[in-house]
Design a protein around this ligand. Structure first.
Ligand code: SF4
Length: 489
């Protein structure tokens, strides 16, 4: 059987969330959400979905694949029926990439129905699921998102208001969750107290939009208002925005915005924590040039994510910047491996060196991270084959030395080259003339955030939580798949 293989080896983002509420724009919200999801496509390519509601009746469509594959004009037109919309792009972080695990997720019990879309990963999912199943909840997906919905429904059932219900539910959730939710006539957005994943609010004609990143607001014509604060619940209704703080959360939950959002995950044109991501990446390259100078003739990026850092390295070092690797932008994250014998062609399908830039040159090549090292080794080989005299590999983040439990799909520690080898050993493995990484201090300084407000756990081992629920935690348990029809459709 022909297996799809991963050729880019980068850690995979958790998901993207986009929601909008406006009576003035009712009739075009599915399309606006489609554009929002388009901008967030980099956060998940396995599945996409949109739900539209008039506060009572909800229509939804979701399927595996890219946003452009799942939706066309006819499908979008069939969804134009309300003043609330919620969309999601998914990469599976808890639960496999099955259709049932695509989102937005519906959940209902009695009269209470909710629709939700989640970015992140709960670290207490198995325990929470056991608790909810014991209370009579049934789940027909293996993702942790349904657990968030059930926790909210449980509180709504008790008669709590929307804001109170979400706040109370948050007391039982641990880990990373940036969530968009439709509850009756309200659009709700909330973010875990650590604030692992970004989530922001924008203003549209007659209402508001929420988006995982500001680039989702830009493309839909929404004007950035502010970020949803860590631990905040935002409820959007006809009266505007109401904000609640989740009370009684466990002590000692420090802010922990994922630093990898700045390094690689977020789109460069997004702003997080008041900083443009592209600017942070360029500063990472500049600091890297100071920390790890090289005697070289040209600086080239590994496109596309290495471009801002390479620009920064070039500016700070004075070594000219050039595009020496040409990326085929139409090769997806995975591709079909034709035969064993053609395996070495994998990287060339995606990146091809430009000999006129590289031949006879001492090259500095800038990548944003090294995870396993296989791609880096092939890349160095390609550059030498193209005539490079020397290849100085520079990485605009520190070695990745631990797994992520907060919504990023990373390899296990035994597969992480940074967890098992010294920098010199990695240099030998990838065959570079020299190899240097950015320091943790340099990376943090480039983000212009306080060190204590960032999660850097996969780089420095300082995990902000104790739970370690992983991608397939819920599938390892013998839970019966429920046939219960989700409410609200
Ligand atoms: S462990 Fe790494 S990837 Fe995961 S949230 Fe923390 S910094 Fe981000």
């Amino acid at each position: 059987m022909i297996e799809p293989v991963n050729i880019d080896e980068k850690p995979k983002e958790a998901c993207g969330v986009f929601g909008i509420r406006s009576r003035e724009l009712a009739g075009e919200l599915a399309q606006r959400t489609y554009f929002g999801l388009y901008a967030l496509q980099h956060r998940g390519q396995e599945a996409a979905g949109i739900a539209v509601s008039d506060g009572e009746r909800t229509l939804a469509m979701r399927d595996s694949g890219l946003v452009s594959h799942v939706f066309d004009e006819r499908r979008l037109a069939s969804l134009e029926s309300g003043h609330l919309a919620l969309g999601h792009v998914r990469y599976s972080t808890t639960g496999s990439a099955s259709w049932e695990n695509s989102q937005p997720e519906f959940l209902g019990r009695g009269e209470t129905n909710v629709v939700l879309a989640h970015n992140g990963n709960l670290v207490n999912a198995p325990e929470l699921r056991e608790e909810l199943v014991a209370e009579g909840f049934e789940f027909n997906s293996t993702s942790d998102t349904a657990l968030i919905g059930a926790s909210v429904v449980r509180e709504l059932d008790k008669g709590a208001s929307v804001g109170e219900a979400v706040g109370a539910a948050m007391r039982g959730l641990a880990g990373a969750y940036s969530v968009g939710m439709v509850i009756g006539d309200k659009l709700v957005a909330f973010r875990d107290p650590h604030g692992f994943r970004p989530l922001c609010i924008g203003v549209v004609e007659g209402g508001y939009a929420v988006s995982s990143e500001t680039c989702g607001l830009d493309i839909t014509g929404a004007e950035f208002l502010r970020e949803v604060e860590p631990g905040e619940v935002v409820v959007i209704g006809d009266g505007g925005i109401e904000s609640y703080r989740a009370e009684g959360l466990p002590e000692g939950q420090r802010q922990a915005l994922c630093v990898f959002e700045y390094v690689y995950f977020a789109r460069p044109d997004s702003h997080i924590g008041g900083q443009e991501v592209a600017g942070s990446r360029e500063r990472m390259g500049g600091i890297l040039a100071e920390e790890a100078p090289a005697e070289a003739d040209v600086v080239i990026p590994v496109p596309d994510s290495g471009i801002p850092a390479a620009t920064g390295y070039s500016r700070r070092s004075g070594i000219p910047f050039a595009e020496g690797l040409i990326k085929n932008r139409y090769v997806g994250r995975t591709f079909i491996q034709p035969t064993e014998g053609m395996r070495q062609l994998g990287l060339r399908l995606k990146l091809n060196p430009l000999p006129s830039v590289i031949e006879g040159q001492r090259v500095v090549v800038i990548d944003d991270s090294i995870v396993r090292g296989n791609t880096s080794r092939k890349l160095v080989e390609l550059l030498f084959e193209a005539g490079a005299r020397e290849v100085h590999f520079r990485v605009s983040s520190p070695p990745v030395s631990g797994p992520c439990y907060y919504g990023i799909d990373m390899d296990t520690p035994d597969q992480l080259v940074g967890a098992n080898y010294t920098v010199e050993e990695i240099r030998e493995q990838i065959g570079a003339t020299s190899l240097s990484y950015l320091s943790t201090e340099g990376m943090v300084a480039a983000t212009r955030q306080r060190k204590g407000s960032l999660c850097r756990a996969c780089f420095d081992g300082e995990y902000p939580t104790t739970g370690t629920s992983t991608k397939f935690s819920l599938e390892a348990k013998p839970y019966a798949a429920s046939a219960r029809a989700p409410g609200g459709k």
